[in-house]
Each structure stands twice: as structure tokens, then as C-alpha cells.
Design a protein around this ligand. Structure first.
Ligand code: HEM
Length: 144
């Protein structure tokens, strides 16, 4: 390896590291913008309340274990935002596959979440970041 190649490699490694630390910082930033675990817990509580009051989709949740669902959602969202939590529940596809969820149902649930994020003053880019993580999950959740 000549001197120029060495310098370029060092530069590439340096850039790699700063990209890595920047993305770690960025996701911790989103976690903070949601008010960390306490903020996420309030948002999920409110969101599940919205879903329960939403006649477009509340029938799906008639027999759900709501406290358990809330805990799972808090952990899932906290982990997705770079927080120190771990979702340990079932994968999205087997969990939802027999429910017959439609795109309209999925959109309704997303709207209910957006209302709660707005109520708890989550900045719009941070809201969009979470929606951007959840949206691709629709391929595992929508079956109709
Ligand atoms: C990105 C969107 C969604 C995510 C991230 C998500 C995530 C979850 C999670 C984490 C659980 C609890 C899993 C557990 O620990 O047992 C759950 C349960 C459930 N989800 Fe979803 N879900 C989404 C969309 C939907 C939609 C659109 C519907 C229907 C309108 C739906 C209906 C349900 C129901 C009924 C349960 C309760 C199952 C039970 O307790 O037996 N989900 N979901």
C-alpha cells in the first residue's frame, strides 16, 4: 500500500466512523424528541385510546389484551427510535396475518398515531421518521 492509498483509507475509515456516530446521534435525537420512554408511553396510551374510540378499526381490538398491547407497542417504538428497549413479541406477519387488515385500516391507525404525536408536540420530522419506519411494515400486516 503506498502513502496515498494509506491516506485515502484512513480518510474513508474516518468518514465511516463519523457517519456511524452521526446516525447513532440522529436516532438518539429522535428518541429524545419523543420524550424518551416516558414520552413514548404517554403517546402510546393516548394512541390506543384513539384506536379504541375509532369506529373504523376498533372492532379488531375487541378481544385484545390492551395493557399487554400497550407495553409491546412502547417497546417496539422505543427500540425503533434508537432507545434502550427491546421488542420481544411475535413478528408482525404471523401476528396480524389472520386479521384481514386492509390499507384503509392501516391508514386509520396511522392517523390515530399522528394525532397523538401532534398532541404530545413531537416535531413533524420526528413524526415522519417514525411513520417511515412503520409504513414498510404494512406489507406484513395488510392481507386484504
Ligand atoms: C405499523 C402498524 C402496526 C404495528 C407496528 C403493530 C404492532 C402490533 C404489536 C406490537 C402488537 C402486540 C404484539 C404482542 O406483543 O402480542 C399488535 C397487536 C395487535 N394488532 Fe397491530 N400493529 C400495526 C397495525 C395494526 C393494524 C392496522 C391493525 C388493525 C386495524 C392491528 C391490529 C392488531 C390487533 C387486533 C392486535 C391485538 C392482538 C391480540 O392481543 O390478540 N395492528 N400490533
Amino acid at each position: 500500500m503506498n502513502r496515498t492509498t494509506l491516506k485515502l483509507s484512513a480518510l474513508a475509515i474516518g468518514l465511516g466512523f463519523s457517519a456511524l456516530s452521526f446516525s447513532a446521534f440522529a436516532s438518539a435525537g429522535y428518541y429524545n424528541e419523543f420524550g424518551q420512554k416516558a414520552g413514548i408511553t404517554s403517546i402510546i396510551d393516548d394512541f390506543v385510546g384513539n384506536v379504541a374510540a375509532d369506529n373504523r378499526i376498533n372492532a379488531y381490538f375487541a378481544h385484545a389484551n390492551i395493557p399487554f398491547l400497550k407495553t409491546s407497542l412502547v417497546n417496539q417504538v422505543c427500540e425503533a427510535l434508537g432507545g434502550p428497549c427491546k421488542y420481544t413479541g411475535p413478528a408482525m406477519a404471523p401476528l396480524h396475518h389472520s386479521m384481514g387488515v386492509t390499507q384503509a385500516d392501516f391508514n386509520a391507525l396511522t392517523e390515530d398515531l399522528q394525532l397523538s404525536m401532534t398532541k404530545y408536540n413531537v416535531p413533524i420530522p420526528a413524526q415522519n421518521h417514525l411513520i417511515g419506519i412503520l409504513a414498510p411494515m404494512s406489507k406484513d400486516i395488510i392481507t386484504k
